[in-house]
Design a protein around this ligand. Structure first.
Ligand code: PMP
Length: 403
């Protein structure tokens, strides 16, 4: 066998590097642009002020003065890190208070927090499920759910995105062969901006004696009359979903992930999940910030309304211009389909020239010719800003013959 001397001497790596160089040469790289201030609705990149149309801080809480104050106070009291893993010496009273708050917010018996949303999915799925179990996931579920399935050693199957007939088929065909079966979906899909039809999923799961889990990374703080997420949106009974997972890094402007479920599930996970036992605890300052943010989401209904008004105004405007926005509805994520990757990168670059920062999403994250701008609307955008963005999208879209 030929001896390889360079670590990158591998077809997959070489193909990637070639593609990256090609876009760099065209001056179309839009990734990892360094933002020089807080990631709120206006940001500085290379000294240029840009309107942010891609932040996960949907409620614009990153710069909320009360949250910043709480963060300073937590740092004064607890220092800058946890200094240990949760199971041993990394748990503070703030972690307990945050977990209690999350369980109340999601109306479950108990909750736990970990230091990354990504790791939360991986550890939760792989700790609870294994041999003899079947995990059924929506094809468009987040990568961390896929990774959790792979790590779990359980069997896993996919159903077509939001396709309830296909989910029923998968359940009918495979349910009998397994002891435990769980259906895992995202509440709001991060690339398409649509919502999982939770009442139908719960009903199908019930019929087949399967459990349900939802990833609320993008639904918490954004959907439902009170911004409380998927159960609020569909007016579900408490406990209608077996396991709620969510992140503390989006509408809640901190870092980390949570699991909310019944007491036995959480107790088992706390003592058995590797990421809880072997990885450093969420820094107390991040816990304090997340806690305050949830209190604000619970009380500042005006902010929720502003977000919902803004995303409705934006998507109506984009549709009126003639863009394809897939099935996005009632969420702050609005995919605007552009086409192939070169065109999508060009569009993003022209948007930047017009003073708007929006991330282009291309293959392999999305299908080959479904490159898109993933527009994320915030509560802190003004109506004038949204109208300005729409006007720019009209001009650029016509220019590039997308509309
Ligand atoms: N789930 C979904 C649906 C996500 O979109 C993300 C992050 N984009 C995660 C989980 C991981 O969360 P975090 O970024 O907080 O690690």
């Amino acid at each position: 066998m030929r001896k390889i001397t360079k670590i990158t001497d591998n077809t997959k790596i070489k193909n990637f590097l070639k593609r990256a160089k090609y876009f760099e040469k065209l001056g179309l790289n839009s990734y990892m642009l360094p933002i020089q201030n807080a990631a709120s609705s206006k940001v500085l990149v290379d000294g240029q002020e840009l309107l942010m149309l891609g932040s996960y801080s949907y409620l614009g809480l990153i710069t909320h003065p009360e949250i910043i104050k709480v963060g300073h106070e937590a740092m004064d009291k607890y220092g800058v890190g946890a200094g240990g893993v949760r199971l041993l010496t990394g748990t503070t009273d703030l972690h307990h208070t945050l977990e209690k708050k999350i369980s109340e917010f999601k109306r479950t018996e108990d909750a736990m927090v970990l230091s990354s949303g990504y790791v939360t999915n991986m550890t939760l799925i792989s700790t609870l499920f294994g041999k003899d179990d079947l995990i059924i996931i929506d094809k468009y579920d987040h990568q961390s759910i896929y990774d959790g399935c792979i790590l779990s050693k359980a069997d896993w199957k996919r159903f077509n995105h939001n396709d309830m007939d296909n989910l029923a088929e998968v359940l009918e065909e495979h349910r009998e062969n397994y002891k435990r079966v769980i259906v895992i979906v995202d509440g709001v899909y991060s690339m398409d901006g649509d919502i999982a039809p939770m009442p139908e999923i719960i009903e199908l799961a019930k019929q087949h004696k399967a459990f349900t889990m939802v990833d609320e990374a993008h639904s918490i703080g954004t959907i439902g009359p009170n911004g409380r997420g998927i159960d609020d949106y569909f007016n579900l009974e408490p406990g209608a979903i077996d396991i709620y997972m969510g992140t503390l890094s989006k509408a809640i402007p901190s870092i980390g992930g949570y699991i909310a479920a019944n007491k036995d599930v959480i107790t088992y996970l706390k003592f058995n999940s590797n990421a809880f036992i072997f990885s450093a605890a969420l820094p107390p300052v991040s816990a304090a910030v997340a806690l305050k943010a949830i209190e604000i989401i619970e009380t500042d209904i005006e902010r929720i309304r502003a977000l919902q008004k803004n995303y409705t105004h934006f998507i109506n405007g984009v549709k009126e211009l003639g863009y394809d926005t897939l099935k996005s509805k009632d969420t702050p994520i609005v995919p605007v389909i552009i086409g192939n990757d070169v065109k999508t990168f060009r569009f993003a670059k022209q948007m930047r020239k017009a003073g708007i920062l929006v991330p282009p999403i291309v293959y392999p994250a999305v299908p080959l010719d479904a490159g898109r701008l993933r527009c994320c609307v915030m509560a802190t955008h003004t109506e004038e800003e949204i109208d300005y963005i729409l006007a720019a999208m009209e001009k650029i879209g016509k220019n590039l013959k997308v509309i």
